[in-house]
Design a protein around this ligand. Structure first.
Ligand SMILES: Nc1ncnc2c1ncn2[C@@H]1O[C@H](COP(=O)(O)OP(=O)(O)O)[C@@H](O)[C@H]1O
Ligand SMILES: [Mg+2]
Length: 310
C-alpha cells in the first residue's frame, strides 16, 4: 500500500478511529537496520512492524533471543531511530519528550547507581520527575512494599543486590512517576519461581489500575497467564498476533467434558453421543500449549537450527 493510499483511507475513516492518536502504542511499517562502523547495513533487527496496542491492555511481545523485542522497545522510547516507518506512543510520535512522564521503562539490564541504596535510588528518580518531596516520602516506601523489598534490603547498597532484587528495584523505578504505560523488557530474568509469580501478579494489578503494559519476554510461561494479546516476533518479523486463548484454541477438534460419570455412563454417553444430543456435557475446543504454538511458528519460518543464537 502506498503512502497516499494509507493517508486517504485515514481521511475517510474520519476522526472516530485513529489508532495513532487513540491507541497506547501504534506502529506503521516500523523497521530498524543496524549499521556497522562504516555505515553499511549490518542487521535487519525489525522489519515492517504494524502493531496496535490498546489502552488498558497487557500485551506480550514474544520471541527468541535476537528477534527484535528490545529494538522495538527502544524505538518506541525514542532511544534509537527507525530506518523506516513510524511509531506512536500515547498519541504522540515515539520519542516525544511530552510523554516521558507518562511512561515507565524497565530495561533488560538496569544500570543503577551502585553506591546508592534502594530507597535513595527511588528518591533520585523521583526528583528527576520533579515529584514533590512530601509525595515522594509517601510513594517510595509504598513502591518498595509493592515490589516486595523488605526494610533491610531497601537500606542496602545496590551493588550488593542480587539479580532478583535488582529487577524489583528496577520495576519500582519504572513506576515512580505513576505512568500510564509501562514497558517491561524481560521482567522476570533472574527471578525465582516465587519472584516470577509475584512479578506476574504485579503486572495484573497494573492492569487493574487501568495501565497499559507491554511485556517483552522469551519465557513463554511469563506471558501465558498475564497477557490479553501476544505477538511472536522471529528474525524481526511479526509471525502471529491474537489473544492467547484464540491462538491456543484447536478449532478443528471438538472436546466434550463432564465429571462424575461411571464407566457404564461413559459407555452410554458414547452411544448416546453417536446418536446425537447431550445433556450437561460441555463442548469446547481443546487448547494447545503456548510452547507448541511458539515452536510451530518459529520452525515454520526457516530452519530453527540456523537461527541466530545470541
Ligand atoms: N546496537 C546494535 N548494533 C548492531 N546490532 C544490534 C544492536 N542491537 C541489537 N542488534 C541486533 O539486532 C537483532 C535484534 O536484537 P534485539 O532487539 O536486542 O533482540 P531481542 O531483544 O529480541 O533479544 C539481533 O540480531 C541483535 O544482535
Ligand atoms: Mg532483548
Amino acid at each position: 500500500m502506498t503512502e497516499t493510499k494509507t493517508d486517504s483511507i485515514r481521511t475517510f475513516s474520519g476522526p472516530l478511529s485513529n489508532p495513532a492518536r487513540d491507541a497506547a502504542i501504534h506502529t506503521e511499517g516500523l523497521s530498524k537496520v543496524y549499521k556497522d562502523f562504516w555505515g553499511r547495513p549490518k542487521v535487519e533487527a525489525l522489519l515492517d512492524l504494524d502493531l496496535t496496542i490498546h489502552r488498558g491492555e497487557v500485551f506480550g511481545l514474544l520471541g527468541p533471543n535476537g528477534s527484535g523485542k528490545s529494538t522495538t522497545i527502544k524505538l518506541l522510547l525514542g532511544l534509537i531511530f527507525p530506518s523506516k516507518g513510524r511509531g506512536y506512543v500515547l498519541g504522540q510520535p515515539a520519542g516525544s519528550t511530552t510523554i516521558n512522564e507518562k511512561i515507565g521503562f524497565l530495561p533488560e539490564e538496569s544500570y543503577l547507581y551502585r553506591f546508592l541504596n534502594g530507597e535513595e535510588i527511588l528518591k533520585f528518580y523521583g526528583r528527576l520527575f520533579k515529584i514533590p518531596r512530601r509525595e515522594l516520602n509517601r510513594r517510595v516506601p509504598e513502591l518498595l512494599d509493592i515490589v516486595g523489598l523488605d526494610a533491610k534490603s531497601r537500606k542496602r547498597k545496590l551493588r550488593e543486590y542480587s539479580k532478583g532484587m535488582a529487577r524489583r528495584i528496577g520495576l519500582a523505578q519504572a513506576m515512580i512517576n505513576n505512568p500510564d504505560l509501562i514497558l517491561l523488557d524481560e521482567p522476570t530474568t533472574g527471578l525465582d519461581p516465587i519472584g516470577t509469580r509475584e512479578m506476574k501478579d504485579l503486572i495484573v494489578s497494573l492492569k487493574d489500575q487501568g495501565k497499559t503494559v507491554l511485556l517483552c519476554s522469551h519465557l513463554l510461561a511469563d506471558v501465558q497467564d498475564v497477557c490479553d494479546r501476544i505477538t511472536i516476533l522471529f528474525r524481526g518479523k511479526m509471525q502471529t498476533l491474537g489473544s492467547v486463548k484464540d491462538l491456543l484454541q484447536v478449532k478443528d477438534v471438538t472436546q466434550i467434558e463432564a465429571s462424575g460419570l461411571t464407566p457404564q455412563q461413559i459407555e452410554e454417553t458414547r452411544l448416546f453421543m453417536s446418536r446425537m444430543g447431550a445433556g450437561n456435557a460441555q463442548i469446547t475446543h481443546p487448547t494447545t500449549t503456548l510452547e507448541e504454538l511458539f515452536v510451530r511458528v518459529v520452525q515454520n519460518n526457516g530452519d530453527a537450527a540456523k537461527r541466530d543464537i545470541k
